[in-house]
Design a protein around this ligand. Structure first.
Ligand code: GDP
Ligand code: MG
Length: 209
């Protein structure tokens, strides 16, 4: 897929104010600092599109970016940072889980995982929750440039093995680096294929007025 345009559309804290679900969308999510903003910028080749920062927990909104005027990248707040109150965490959970569970046009959840780390409980729990809800997801291993491909492969194999404790099959996965464009074509092709067969869902217009 050739990226001709990628534009920020809106930030939301309310599900009722999201754009109408008429275009296919892909939610990007993972632990804070996993490299989500960098990956979005890498995929779109637009440097400042999603803001990157070293400060965990900055993005607290559902951000919609429209690509090629026909599909959305959705940047979701990162999960699992320590310095946040319990009630805030619960708010996060409720808000994001409602979005993921109810969004009619959501095609796939892209779960970002740091390829340098051994399987993390919070990532596995999140994948298991997606599985329980029957939501389609893939895993996207980030920052592959930071260590040898042997190490990356070992960590991925461990993660996939851990998923097999609750899934019959591990979901499709991608290996990426925002530094050297690794995985870019693969992720964009995956999205392009789904976009080809997208049919706008029937929805209640009143909800989006
Ligand atoms: N070497 C390397 N660094 C990365 C990569 N992706 C992100 N980073 C760095 O990791 C930090 C967090 O990235 P960011 O995209 O802001 O993470 P987010 O919190 O998940 O949005 C930043 O310092 C990035 O420069 C990558 O693929 N390779
Ligand atoms: Mg970010």
């Amino acid at each position: 897929m050739i990226i001709k345009s990628a534009d920020f559309i809106c930030s939301n804290t309310q599900i009722s104010k999201l754009p109408p679900p008429l275009k296919p969308e892909y939610a990007f999510i993972g632990r804070s600092n996993v490299g989500k903003s960098s990956l979005i910028n890498m995929l779109t080749q637009k440097k400042g599109l999603a803001k990157t920062s070293q400060t965990p927990g900055k993005t607290q909104l559902i951000n919609h970016f429209l690509v090629n005027e026909n599909w959305y990248i959705v940047d979701l707040p990162g999960y699992g940072y320590a310095r946040i109150s319990k009630s805030k965490k619960e708010d996060w959970n409720k808000f994001i889980r409602t979005y993921l569970d109810k969004r009619e046009s959501l095609q796939c959840v892209m779960v970002l995982i740091d390829s340098r780390l051994e399987p993390q409980k919070i990532d596995l729990e999140f994948c298991n929750w997606l599985g329980e809800k029957g939501l389609p997801f893939v895993t996207v291993f980030t920052k592959a440039d930071k260590q040898s491909s042997i190490k990356t492969d070992q960590n991925i194999a461990k993660f996939r093995k851990a998923l097999l404790a609750s899934f019959e099959e591990a979901p499709q996965h991608f290996i990426t680096s925002s530094e050297n464009l690794l995985g870019r074509d693969e992720v964009l092709n995956f999205i392009d294929n789904i976009n080809q067969s997208f049919e706008p869902p029937v929805f209640n217009e009143e909800r989006y007025k």
